[in-house]
Design a binder for this molecule. Structure first.
Ligand code: HEM
Length: 548
């Protein structure tokens, strides 16, 4: 350590001696005095001439970048994915064919609605986004801890998020308590009812990131070397199991330690207690998909695990904290369009909107189309193309050529690669139109299925959560509409919530676009089994942390 020199007006000078690093400006100029701005005389005005002081203040003034428009609060950690079972019959992706190979990863967990400084235990969906730095480029699995979503079409996303975030006039409230705008939007969007059941369950107040499931949500495609395609849903299964807190614990934890979840992750990894998740896939073909009474392109629906079991193929281990929160967690840019040969998108209208939105927002958030040059976003395989220039370009094409085709010898520039990415040649036809397919119309069956699969304790928590949240709505119209929707899902639940809200009678049910499937047993795809349906089979509430 440099010795303190208190001789100059109390300023603490720590001069470099011996092995100390020399302090410099960003230009590398050695700095002799970092405590005093250049002035005209000891008590005179500060001089603009002081390039050292100006550079320091200039840089400080520009430290902030826009927070993410959603999922602003997040926590990132490094890890690796190890394939346990190769699936060449399903996908030609190298990451799914090299058993035992450890693919480096970066995972960012997040809340959705709160800003960067919001508390960790808000009742909210959690983001679970993983970047796999594969030998064939980056694959981003940008999922949530809930397997379904609020809306079916990305064009509604700005409205959903506006309604969930602070109101423009007052700047409050957000996810921590319910509010009129959010429930107004939800009550006018019956497609959200399945997601509403999931967010009113204990899953939206997880004990920590380590005890959450993750889901890719959308139906994607896997494509094998022969070009054969299967539909796939991706699942993360935590080795530690699934655990939540209860609402009054969440409130207390938020008050005592708003950083509870990020601290938990940091501490676990720091102590060598590395959390792990198994990667599971649900695979089915187009003929099988046709049998479901819902559309597999509809992100408000799960594929029940009884119908398509989850097959575990590998394990994610999170084993290193970041060195620099801003450089890594803040600057990481996930995008659903980042897929590798052997994985492809489906026509899910929510997924296709996301493919546009992430790249678009990241240009604004990170300020340059060259954000792939930032180490956390850079692929860990060779990158050769003819893109060039732009703000902060670090890796322009080398040599004479920056175009193709060109006449120069092999090695002068990159060439198209046989076996590179090819879109699955799905047959498509039809008129251009703005309309939702009839196959997206059943909004209540899976909501009911989820509710009745829960234990009595869990059901009570859901009824309490709904009553609490709706009691925060000033608008009686909104409360009434919501209880009406609940009647389509479960009359008992609707009654419980109505009683809690002080209703003297049950409101009318809103007209359903399609009647829910009342006898679920009629449909093999929606069969109810002992442990409950869907991806929540057999996993109950788990243990609680101290009852408050
Ligand atoms: C961010 C998941 C739907 C737009 C995120 C993040 C996750 C996520 C996990 C945080 C990524 C990170 O940690 O940096 C999901 C899931 C969705 C969904 C699972 C539905 C299945 C949508 C839709 C849109 C959208 C429909 C827009 C049409 C965004 C944007 C960001 C974001 C703009 C911020 C990205 C950034 O600034 O880097 N989403 N999202 N999301 N999402 Fe989504």
């Amino acid at each position: 350590m440099g010795k303190l020199d208190l001789s100059k007006g109390g300023a603490n000078h720590q001069k470099a001696t011996g092995e100390d690093d020399r302090m410099t400006t960003a230009q590398g100029h050695p700095v002799a005095d970092d405590q005093n701005w250049l002035t005209a005389g000891p008590r005179g005005p500060q001089l603009l001439e002081d390039h050292i002081a100006r550079e320091k203040i200039f840089h400080f003034d520009h430290e902030r970048i826009p927070e993410r428009v959603v999922h602003a609060r997040g926590y990132g950690v490094h890890g690796h994915f190890e394939l346990k079972e190769a699936i060449p019959e399903l996908s030609r992706a190298a990451i799914f064919n090299e058993v035992g190979v450890k693919t480096p990863t970066f995972t960012r967990f997040s809340t959705v609605a709160g800003n960067k400084g919001s508390p960790d235990l808000a009742r909210d969906v959690r983001g679970f986004a993983t970047k796999f730095y594969t030998s064939e480029g980056n694959w981003d699995l940008v999922g949530n801890n809930i397997p379904v979503f609020f809306i079916q079409d990305a064009i509604k996303f700005p409205d959903l998020i506006h309604a969930a975030k602070p109101a423009p006039d007052r700047g409050f409230p957000q996810a921590q308590t319910a509010h009129d705008n959010f429930w107004d939007f939800i009550s006018l969007s019956p497609e959200a009812m399945n997601m509403v059941m999931w967010i009113m369950s204990d899953r939206t107040i997880p004990r920590s990131f380590r005890f959450m499931e993750g889901f890719g949500v959308h139906t994607f495609r896997l494509v094998n070397a022969e070009g054969k395609s299967h539909f796939v849903k991706f699942h993360w299964k935590p080795k530690l199991g699934l655990q939540s807190v209860i609402w009054n614990e969440a409130l207390k934890v938020n008050g005592m330690d708003p950083d509870f979840h990020r601290r938990d992750m940091w501490d676990a990894i720091d102590a060598g207690d590395y959390p792990q998740w198994d990667l599971g896939i649900q695979v089915f073909d187009e003929e099988f998909a046709e049998q479901f009474p819902f559309d597999v392109l509809d992100a408000t629906k799960i594929i029940p695990e009884e119908d398509v079991p989850v097959r575990i193929i590998g394990t994610l281990t999170l084993d290193a904290n970041v060195d620099n929160f801003f450089a890594e967690t803040e600057q990481v840019a996930f995008c659903t369009q980042n897929i590798v040969p052997g994985i492809d998108h489906s026509n899910d209208p929510l997924l296709q909107g996301r493919n546009f939105s992430y790249l678009d927002t990241q240009l604004k958030r990170l300020g340059s189309p060259n954000f792939t040059h930032i180490p956390i976003n850079a692929p860990k395989c060779p990158v050769r193309h003819y893109q060039q220039d732009g703000h902060m370009a670090m890796t322009n094409p080398k040599g004479r050529v920056n175009y193709e085709p060109n006449s120069w010898d092999q090695g002068e520039g990159p060439r198209e690669t046989p076996g590179g990415f090819e879109s699955y040649p799905e047959q498509v036809e039809g008129p251009k139109l703005r309309a939702r397919s009839e196959t997206f119309a059943d909004h209540y069956s899976q909501a009911r299925q989820f509710y009745i699969s829960q234990t009595p304790v869990e059901q009570t928590h859901m009824a309490n959560a709904l009553t609490f949240e709706l009691s925060k709505c000033q608008e009686m119209r909104v409360r009434t509409r919501m209880v009406g929707h609940l009647r389509h899902i479960d009359e008992g639940l609707a009654k419980e919530v109505a009683d809690g809200l002080g209703f003297t009678e049950l409101p009318e049910k809103p007209k359903a676009a399609k009647d829910p499937i009342t006898d679920l047993k009629e449909s093999p795809a929606l069969s109810i089994v002992k442990n409950g349906p869907g991806s929540f089979k057999g996993r109950k509430l788990g243990i609680y942390i101290a009852e408050g």
